[in-house]
Ligand binder design. Structure first.
Ligand code: DON
Length: 595
């Protein structure tokens, strides 16, 4: 079976050619002011790589969408073996840890939102990393209270939280799995042990991260062994294969106890990290009630704290429901103005009120209330950008790394899984634990190190998100399911740090308000405003006239390269549709699920 997948995918990989020259030529024109407004949507693929997804995937018996076609193929295989969406998701999570090492992980954590057909109920599990017991509030500050900008929160051993992915998958399997656990790790082990072909896109990522991946010898020996000649090479991860084998035979104990836990503790001790065997043994994922709301007659099921995503998606949708959005031209200055203003309010509240609900009383009800939405709605003056300094968290930034990844699965039984998980930055902390192949996260940076000190995504925080032992850092990851008449309408999610929330919002608006097809909704340009810094980001380009209108309204407009990657599955008239976002060219949806 593996051979079959490999042969099929070799053909696919051969199709994925890229042309840097074209990329550079196009980029040259991507300056503010360039007039491209009448370009067809396909023109927006400026990455220089031919995307794996060429057309919308269709399937009657299920659908998978992930950020790597090999993981999608593994998910399909599991569904074809009779597994359900949960089984496929677990297999995908482990496979992505191998084939998409920049984001897929067992050394990180995430969230999963589910709709379970049997129980006709929605569930969500929080398998986000936790701060180690030895973590403390001022751990990234100098003695005089100033921020220590030696990258301690983003790079190296001190930046890692206690990973949650393996425990999260274990819990999901215990509750909903139908195939044996070990069956779900087989393909991940296979690709780690026997290697898999590096795509042109992945090759460039490995090259671009040469410095980060070369600092620690263990990391370098795996990810930069062939630098700079990755062409036609395979990536082998033998230690990771052995770790996965332990997890396969011992379950979650194979990670949180024994050889792996000991290796993590030893390596941490040697290098100034904090994670201990006790932290690992005590790690617990949490089943949390998902947030459920209604938008124009559709049921929105999304992730609650410690993700900020769901709270703010619901908050923004509540405000936006007051507008007849489809009476505006999509992405016209007027439409962008409304979205931008609403986003500012949401991200402003995020900075003050959002954090781990086990440590801080997050005012979810207030933020998502109709009354508060009305208050925000009446404060917005269409045609004007209210300066961010005049918007404060309700009276009660900037660069981007590329990783985190979202995957969605629907099965023939009607179960839906939407999961986003991450190492935080691309390749996380840059640390691979000696002898285990485990690339560790740098999720500690998602805490607020100190008031006024933004994290790597420019996000500000306060007491709600300050560091404490065992606490979970605030996240923006927003796995979301939208149902109509008790059937799936669509499920969506994205990587992109702070931009995840605005991307998921626009994915919802594109489909519900503008009735776009899956492909159009994915390809449409996205905008982003996160209150601070007071900058309106627009993807790809904007024409002179529109740009001037927005500047006249008071916006500081910035053109950004594409940063998010929406993975959506839709359901209509008995069929699933899937589309892997071209913004990450290896992304791929497929619904070739047999009866
Ligand atoms: O949980 C969060 O919000 C961040 N750690 C996500 C990071 C991310 O999406 C980076 N990728 N694009």
């Amino acid at each position: 079976m593996e051979k079959q997948i490999i042969n099929g995918l070799k053909i696919l990989q051969m199709k994925i050619k890229y042309n840097k020259f074209i990329f550079l030529v196009i980029l040259t024109f991507l300056t503010p002011g360039a007039v491209f407004s009448s370009q067809p949507i396909a023109y927006l693929n400026t990455s220089g790589y031919e995307p794996a997804q060429q057309e919308t995937a269709q399937g009657k018996n299920g659908m998978i969408t992930t950020q790597h076609f090999l993981a999608t193929a593994v998910g399909e295989k599991i569904l074809n073996q009779g597994g359900n969406a949960y089984d496929a998701s677990i297999a995908i999570a482990f496979t992505l840890a191998v084939v998409l090492p920049r984001a897929g992980n067992i050394g990180g954590g995430g969230f999963m939102v589910m709709y379970d057909k049997d129980t006709d109920n929605a569930y969500s599990i929080d398998y986000r990393e936790k701060a180690p017991a030895l973590a403390y509030k001022d751990m990234y500050l100098n003695d005089d209270g100033t921020f220590n900008d030696k990258k301690l929160s983003t790079f190296g051993y001190l930046s890692s939280g206690v990973p949650g992915t393996v425990a999260g998958m274990w819990e999901v399997h215990k509750k909903f799995g139908s195939l044996p656990w070990s069956e779900l790790l087989k393909d991940a082990i296979y690709y780690a042990e026997n290697g898999f072909n590096i795509t042109p896109y992945m090759e460039d990522v490995l090259k671009n991260y040469n410095q980060k991946l070369s600092y620690y010898p263990e990391t370098k020996s795996i990810f930069q062994k062939d630098f700079p000649n990755f062409t036609n090479k395979k990536l082998f991860q033998k230690d990771l294969a052995n770790t996965l084998k332990r997890i396969s035979s011992e379950g979650k104990k194979g990670f949180y106890e024994g050889y792996v836990a000991e290796s993590i503790e030893n390596d941490m001790k040697k290098n100034g990290g904090l994670i201990t065997k006790a932290d690992l043994k005590n790690y617990n994922p949490v089943w949390r009630l998902p947030l459920i709301s209604n938008y124009r007659g559709n049921k929105v099921i999304t992730m609650g704290p410690p993700s900020s995503g769901g709270v703010h998606i619901i908050q923004m949708l509540n405000v936006l429901e007051n507008y007849q959005l489809n009476s505006y031209v999509h992405n016209s200055p007027e439409y962008i103005n409304i979205l931008g203003e609403v986003m500012k309010h949401a991200y402003s509240d995020r900075s003050k009120y959002l954090g781990d609900p086990d440590f801080f009383d997050v005012p979810i009800k207030k933020i998502t209330s109709e009354t508060y939405a009305e208050e925000i709605y009446t404060s917005i003056e269409v045609g004007i950008s209210t300066p961010s300094e005049d918007i404060h968290p309700g009276m009660f930034l900037q660069q981007e790394s590329h990783e985190t990844t979202h995957f969605s699965v629907a099965d023939r039984f009607g179960n839906i899984v939407s999961s986003t998980y991450t190492l935080n930055s691309t390749f996380g902390s840059g640390v691979v634990i000696e002898g285990t192949g485990i690339l560790m996260n740098n999720e500690m940076d998602d805490f607020s190190s100190a008031p006024g000190i933004p994290n790597q995504f420019g996000l500000l925080g306060s007491e709600a998100n300050e560091i404490a032992p065992y606490k979970r850092p605030l996240s923006s990851m927003t796995p979301t399911i939208v149902m109509k008449d008790n059937e799936l309408f669509f499920t969506t999610g994205s990587p992109g740090g702070a931009r995840i929330i605005s991307a998921v919002l626009q994915s919802i608006l594109n489909i519900i308000d503008f009735e776009m097809s899956l492909e159009e909704a994915t390809k449409a340009r996205r905008i982003h405003h996160q209150w601070q810094p007071d900058v309106l980001e627009i993807e790809y380009y904007i024409d002179d006239k529109a740009s001037k209108e927005l500047i006249d309204m008071g916006y500081s407009v910035k053109i950004r390269r594409p940063l998010t990657c929406i993975q959506t599955i839709m359901y209509k008239d008995g069929k699933y549709y899937g589309y892997g976002d071209f913004r990450r060219p290896d992304a791929y949806a497929s619904g070739n699920i047999n009866d």
